[in-house]
Design a protein around this ligand. Structure first.
Ligand SMILES: Nc1ncnc2c1ncn2[C@@H]1O[C@H](COP(=O)(O)OP(=O)(O)O)[C@@H](O)[C@H]1O
Ligand SMILES: [Mg+2]
Length: 338
């Protein structure tokens, strides 16, 4: 008699963020390459239908097939639409045009799609999400095993990403408590008011339902979100970035994880011109090394099934040295150019 061993479902990493142009696709492409180079089989799904560009980042000027073809008949096998890339063991499902069906997916359809994604014969799936806090983007982010937010340290990006995290918390709670009439008005209050804190909601609940109030607190503790700050030009910008951690602690009882800071690097733009991610073109550049470090932290966390609260101090300890190396590389490039 043979025993059927259930295939292990891939871990899903979602890369999201409230703003466009901050580097979500940069983070997604480079982290996915680092995972593939560690010997894992990786699928990257471009879910940014408004501004799909992952295929160009990976050097495919015109993908032959992608989501548009899949949605012609969603009963098809997702695996068929994966395209190999220049990185061994890394496959891409490109957007291939605007996909109207995707914009109208119900939550249950998103859950179904995620379960199809979990059937892909790979170890890791990366979802490159579009900008903004739309229901779709927040839901895909919320459903993922690992949630990675990308931001710059600009005040507007920080503010918008705070709203994004608040929305993630709101949608997670709303889904769990949708049949609990007592909690819904409190949740709506929390969503509506910019200064509202989750602690206030927890305290109000505790007045007549201590168990539920503890449950909400536990959910906040479990909701783990990593944040990668990108395009840092000065060390002080990394300090500014910590404001988001403080406000999420204070208003949402959520502890953001900081696995690394990525500096502004002109070579990144040059690689975009070459239509290849920097991790493939310049694997020894400081930017590629930072991505390798971030990937290692995430791999360690996934092996131990934990989210490490020490990441910020590790990332912080590298900051000065990385900044100097990034500057030295830029200077060297300038000298070579002259
Ligand atoms: N660290 C960086 N240094 C230099 N340029 C960057 C950096 N990160 C992103 N960029 C540039 O910003 C642009 C937007 O990046 P992208 O990853 O497409 O953002 P998003 O997916 O968030 O819209 C790209 O053209 C990219 O070259
Ligand atoms: Mg993008």
């Amino acid at each position: 008699m043979s025993i059927k061993v259930k295939k292990k479902a891939p871990l899903i990493f979602a890369i999201g963020g409230a703003k466009g142009g901050v580097g979500k696709s940069l983070v997604c492409s480079n982290l996915s390459i680092q995972f593939a180079q560690e010997g894992m089989k990786v699928a990257v799904l471009d879910l940014d239908f408004g501004a799909a560009n992952l295929h160009t980042i990976f050097g495919l000027s015109k993908p032959k097939q992608g989501w548009a073809e899949y949605f012609e008949d969603p009963s098809q096998n997702l695996k068929t639409f994966l395209t190999p890339t220049k990185q061994k063991d890394l496959y891409l499902l490109p957007a291939s045009g605007f996909v109207a069906e995707m914009a109208d997916l119900e939550y249950s359809e998103k859950v179904d799609l995620i379960s199809k994604i979990k059937d892909l014969p790979v170890d890791i799936v990366f979802l490159d999400l579009g900008a903004g806090s739309s229901k779709d983007m927040v839901d895909f982010f919320t459903i993922a095993d690992y949630k990675i937010l990308v931001s710059t340290s600009e005040p507007t990006a920080l503010m918008n990403n705070f709203e994004f995290v608040k929305n993630v918390l709101y949608r997670s709670l709303k889904r769990i408590y949708r049949h609990q009439p007592k909690l819904l008005p409190l949740l709506n209050e929390f969503k509506k008011h910019s200064g509202a804190t989750i602690q206030k909601l927890i305290d109000s609940l505790a007045e007549n339902d201590e168990w539920q109030s503890e449950h909400v607190q536990a959910l906040c503790n479990e909701l783990s979100i990593y944040i990668v700050f990108n395009q840092i030009r000065k060390i002080e910008e990394a300090e500014t970035a910590l404001r988001l951690k403080k406000v999420c602690q204070k208003q949402l009882n959520i502890e953001l994880q900081y696995p690394g800071f990525v500096f502004y690097n002109e070579a990144v733009a040059a690689c975009v011109q070459k239509m290849l991610p920097i991790s493939l073109v310049l694997p020894q550049s400081i930017t590629s090394r930072i991505f390798r470090r971030i990937a290692h932290h995430l791999i360690e966390d996934s092996k131990l099934a934990k989210k490490d609260s020490q990441l910020l101090s590790i990332a912080w300890s590298h900051l000065d040295q990385d900044f100097k190396k990034n500057k030295a590389e830029a200077k060297k490039r300038l000298l070579l150019r002259d």
